[in-house]
Design a protein around this ligand. Structure first.
Ligand code: UT7
Length: 328
């Protein structure tokens, strides 16, 4: 069976920044509250003319340049997002056209904050099935478009960004993808959702008036679930593949600093092995894991040959943990 490796990484964040000081002017909040309760001080926000496919295409172009391959070498493109440019065509189609990946197929994957982890699992399995050699996985979200900047409980949390990883069939046959534990639990769907705009509740003047086109979250419910399930998913994948927690670098979804530190403590991980960069990006939903990976490499915390554990919990609920040997 072919093995799957991550061979390149590209990211993009828009230049405009939204700081805690800016948010203090918009809602009844303070820099101290935001920092203490979330760990965030800055988020990147896309300018009005920029949509998810624009950021995704920038991340993809950087990745292609770094890997030194042509866009036409890509066989499939998976865009993980909850903020597509529009319902259809898919953002994958828009990105494919923008970067000139003629001949590729692809699709959008909706798993909210677990999107990138599910995208990696899917790409790895396409490679291991022997049907693909190069699959591009992109996590991209323009959360600022679905956030209510009058709701202090959500507007302080989110930012915009994109990140991409290339999953390839390994030329040397060495393993990259080790395994996964993913699960969904739809019983938690009401705790984090965007209620309007779909077939259940199409957009109307009423849905706009009732602010149903924005993210609605029961923060404490999501928090408790996220800590419990992030630890559990990590533990399950580690046990399944006989890897001990102290052998891995954990690159978790960045939703709240306290969620990450609580889950990491329960796993018995030394903080030096846990990547946290929520302070300068906030929660960029499907983009947090590639953005945190890029920072982990830049800081020298993730090196070729390390065993890396990507883990996320998100709306749905969706839960995912992927174990990889880092090969890029
Ligand atoms: O990535 C997708 C998954 N999402 C998550 O994982 C998010 C999970 N949840 C969280 O990160 C946290 O629950 C939040 C950061 C959203 C909220 O933190 P919390 O410690 O759970 O606060 P809380 O909701 O229990 O609220 C405590 C108090 C409330 O005031 P009262 O009722 O005690 O008077 C809130 O109204 O904090 C208040 N509050 C704020 N105060 C200042 C809520 N948001 C703010 C704010 N500034 N921005």
């Amino acid at each position: 069976m072919p093995t799957a490796q991550i061979t390149a990484l590209g990211t993009y964040t828009p230049p405009n920044l939204l700081t805690n000081a800016d948010l203090e002017k918009l809602v009844d909040t303070t820099n101290e509250w935001i920092l203490e309760r979330t760990g965030i001080h800055t988020r990147h926000i896309a300018p009005p003319e920029m949509a998810t496919s624009d950021m995704a295409a920038e991340a993809a172009k950087l990745l292609l340049a770094r890997r030194g391959i042509a866009p036409t070498d890509l066989e499939a493109i998976i865009v993980c997002t909850v903020t597509p440019d529009m319902f259809f065509p898919s953002t994958a189609c828009l990105v494919q056209d923008r970067i000139g990946a003629k001949g590729a197929w692809g699709f959008d994957l909706i798993a909210a904050c677990s999107g990138f982890v599910y995208g990696l699992t899917t790409a790895a399995n396409l490679i291991m099935a022997g049907t693909h050699k190069k699959v591009l996985v992109i996590g991209a979200d323009t959360m600022s478009r679905i956030i209510n900047y009058k709701d202090r409980a959500t507007c302080v949390l989110f930012g915009d960004g994109a990140g991409a990883m290339l999953v390839e069939a390994a030329e040397d046959g060495a393993p990259g993808f080790i395994g996964f534990h993913n699960e969904i639990d739809g019983s938690g769907g009401d705790f984090l959702k965007m209620p309007a705009g779909g077939s259940r509740c199409p957009s109307s003047h009423e849905t706009i008036d009732r602010e149903m086109h924005y993210v609605h979250q029961e923060g404490q419910q999501v928090f408790k679930y996220a800590v419990r399930k992030m630890e559990e998913a990590c533990r399950k994948v580690l046990q399944k593949h006989n890897v001990s927690a102290d052998q891995v670098i954990l690159i978790p979804h960045q939703a709240n600093r306290r969620i990450i530190t609580a889950a990491a403590e329960k796993l018995g991980l030394d903080p030096s092995r846990v990547m946290i960069n929520i302070d300068h990006f906030g929660n960029t939903t499907a983009a947090t894991i590639p953005l945190a990976t890029a920072d982990a490499i830049a800081e020298g915390r993730l090196k070729r040959g390390d065993t890396v554990l990507f883990a996320a919990v998100g709306a749905g609920f969706t839960v995912g943990a992927n174990l990889w040997r880092w090969t890029c």
